[in-house]
Design a protein around this ligand. Structure first.
Ligand SMILES: Cc1cc2nc3c(=O)[nH]c(=O)nc-3n(C[C@H](O)[C@H](O)[C@H](O)COP(=O)(O)OP(=O)(O)OC[C@H]3O[C@@H](n4cnc5c(N)ncnc54)[C@H](O)[C@@H]3O)c2cc1C
Length: 460
C-alpha cells in the first residue's frame, strides 16, 4: 500500500493550490484526477469565459471611445478568438502539467478513487493511505429535469466554446452571474438573447440597485428578460429550440438557435463512496467548518465541492486548510474576497450587501460616476459607488464602473473600520478614483447632520 502525508482528490484550481503549497511545505503529496489537470477553471469555465467576457468588455469600451472622436470599425473574429484562447489555456496548462507537478515532488495519478474507510482510498486496484485527505472534486453544471430535454441539444460552457460560430439567437436560463455575463457578451456581439430567471429579478443574491442597473443595461443591449419564470417544456422544431414557460402574468415562448442552462452547480461527489469514510454531504456539497475540515477530523475539503463561489475563495480555502493541517488554527471568511461581474461597466462587491441586513441595522451612502469630471474622457458615465455602514463602520462596498474589481481593492483595508479611515487615502485627479473623495464628503455631511439633530433633539 502506498502511503502519503496528504492525498488531494481533484486537480482543479483548488486541488492544485493545495497540492503545490503542501509540496513546497515538505509534505509527501499525491494528487488524484479523474480527467485532465486544470479542472473547470482551465478547460471549460473560468478561464475561457473570462476571455470571452473580456473581449466583449473591450468591444464596448472601444465603441464608447467614439464619444471622444476615436472612430474605428469594429469586428469580432470568433474563430481567431478561439484559437488565441486555446493557446493561452495550453500555456497555463503547461505550467501545471503532470511533469511540472512531478518536478515539485507531487505524485500525480489518474483514475476514480473510492474510499474504503477514512484512512484509505482504492484507486486502479491499488490502496492508497493518507494521513490527511483533501477533497477538491469541484462541481458540475445543474441541468433541471424538464419535459422534452432529451429532444434538445443544449449548451453549457464547455460545448459553447466548441461552437464553430457565434449563435444568432440564444435562450439563457438562469440570471445569476454566469447567465448575466454570457447574456451581456453575446448581446454585445449581436446575438439575440432571451434571459429567463426564476426569481423576481436577475442577480437575486445582490442588492436591488445592482439588479436594476444590470437589468436596464442588458435591456438597452436588446436582451429580453423574463422574471418569475417557470419552465414547462423544451422542444425542437424547424431548426429552432423552443422553450415554453409561464410567468405569473403570461405564457412565454422563446424560439432560438441554442438553449443554455446557467442555473448553478451541483457538487461532484459521485463514485467517491463518501459514506465509507463517514463524510457528511448533501446536495449543496461536502459540509465543512470554518477550518475547511469535514466532520471526519483528518479529511478536509475546499473549492466548489465545499461551497466556494469562485477561484479567490477556493485559493483562500486552500491556504486556510493547509494552515489547519499544520495545526495553526485559521478560519475562512469570504467577506474579504472581492466578487465580480464581468460586464461593462464591471461590478465588484466586497463584504456584506444591504440585502444581508434589515434596513434598521445599516445605513448606506451612494455616489454616482456621472458627477465625476474624469467620466467624460473615460467615456463611461454610468455606475455608482455604494458603501454600507453599520454604526459608522464600513461593512460592505458595491462598485459599478470600469475596472471596478481593481478600484475596490482600496476598500479591503477599510473594511471593518470607521469611514473616517478614507481620509488617509489620496487619489490621482482627474481619475475614476475621485469617487472616493465624493463619498467621503457625503459621509461627513451626513454625520454632521446627524450630530446636529442629536444636539438639537437633546435641547428639547
Ligand atoms: C462560466 C463560469 C465562469 C466563472 N468565472 C469565474 C471567474 O471569472 N472568477 C472566478 O474566480 N471564478 C469563476 N468561476 C468559478 C470557478 O470556475 C470555480 O469556482 C472553480 O473552477 C472551482 O474550482 P475547483 O477546483 O473547486 O473545481 P473544478 O475546477 O471543478 O475542479 C475539480 C477537479 O476535480 C476532478 N474530479 C471530480 N470528481 C473527481 C473524482 N471522483 N476523482 C478524481 N477527480 C475528480 C475534476 O475532473 C476536476 O479536474 C466561474 C464559473 C463558471 C461556471
Amino acid at each position: 500500500m502506498r502511503k502519503f502525508d496528504i492525498v488531494v482528490i481533484g486537480a482543479g484550481i483548488s486541488g492544485l493550490s493545495v497540492a503545490k503549497k503542501a509540496a513546497k511545505l515538505g509534505f509527501s503529496v499525491c494528487l488524484i484526477e479523474k480527467s485532465k489537470v486544470g479542472g473547470k477553471f482551465l478547460w471549460s469555465e473560468t478561464f475561457p469565459s473570462a476571455f470571452f467576457s473580456e473581449a466583449a468588455k473591450k468591444f464596448e469600451e472601444i465603441k464608447s471611445n467614439r464619444s471622444i472622436g476615436l472612430n474605428s470599425k469594429l469586428d469580432f473574429d470568433f474563430d481567431f478568438f478561439l484559437k488565441k484562447m486555446n493557446k493561452s489555456v495550453v500555456k497555463v496548462y503547461e505550467k501545471n502539467s503532470p511533469d511540472e507537478l512531478s518536478r515539485l515532488g507531487i505524485k500525480v495519478v489518474f483514475g476514480f478513487p473510492k474510499f474504503i474507510n477514512k484512512n484509505v482510498v482504492e484507486l486502479n486496484n491499488e490502496n492508497i493511505y493518507a494521513k490527511k485527505f483533501v477533497l477538491a472534486t469541484g462541481s458540475k453544471n445543474y441541468i433541471p429535469n424538464i419535459e422534452g430535454l432529451d429532444s434538445v441539444k443544449f449548451l453549457d460552457f464547455k460545448s459553447f466554446f466548441s461552437l464553430k460560430k457565434l449563435p444568432k439567437s440564444i435562450c439563457i436560463v438562469g440570471g445569476g452571474i454566469k447567465g448575466v455575463e454570457l447574456s451581456f457578451a453575446l448581446s454585445v456581439f449581436g446575438c439575440q438573447v432571451a434571459l429567463l430567471e426564476q426569481n423576481s429579478r436577475i442577480l437575486y443574491g445582490f442588492d436591488r440597485d445592482v439588479s436594476d442597473f444590470v437589468n436596464e443595461l442588458l435591456e438597452k443591449k436588446g436582451v429580453k428578460i423574463f422574471n418569475d419564470v417557470l419552465i414547462k417544456k423544451v422542444s425542437h422544431a424547424s431548426g429552432k429550440n423552443i422553450v415554453e414557460a409561464v410567468t405569473d402574468k403570461k405564457k412565454v415562448l422563446v424560439k432560438s438557435d441554442h438553449v443554455f442552462f446557467a442555473m448553478g452547480d451541483l457538487a461532484c461527489v459521485e463514485g467517491l463512496n463518501l459514506p465509507a469514510a463517514g463524510i457528511r454531504f448533501d446536495e449543496g456539497g461536502i459540509k465543512i467548518n470554518k477550518r475547511c475540515r469535514t466532520n471526519v477530523k483528518k479529511i478536509f475539503a475546499c473549492g466548489s465541492v465545499a461551497g466556494s463561489r469562485d477561484v479567490s475563495c477556493s485559493i483562500h480555502q486552500a491556504d486556510i486548510l493547509l494552515s489547519n493541517i499544520l495545526h495553526i488554527p485559521k478560519y475562512f471568511n469570504f467577506e474579504n474576497v472581492v466578487q465580480k461581474i464581468s460586464i461593462d461597466p464591471e461590478i465588484a462587491v466586497l463584504g456584506k450587501v444591504e440585502k444581508d441586513f434589515s434596513s434598521k441595522v445599516v445605513d448606506s451612502v451612494k455616489v454616482y460616476f456621472k458627477d465625476i469630471d474624469a467620466c467624460s474622457y473615460k467615456c463611461c458615465n454610468s455606475g455608482f459607488l455604494k458603501v454600507i455602514l453599520k454604526k459608522s463602520k464600513i461593512v460592505g462596498v458595491v462598485l459599478v464602473c470600469r475596472e471596478a474589481s481593481v478600484l475596490i481593492n482600496n476598500y479591503l483595508f477599510a473594511l471593518g473600520k470607521n469611514f473616517s479611515v478614507l481620509r488617509k487615502l489620496s487619489f490621482p485627479v482627474p481619475s475614476l478614483a475621485e469617487i472616493n473623495s465624493f463619498i467621503l464628503e457625503k459621509f461627513e455631511k451626513k454625520s454632521r447632520l446627524k450630530n446636529f439633530f442629536i444636539k438639537v433633539s437633546g435641547r428639547f
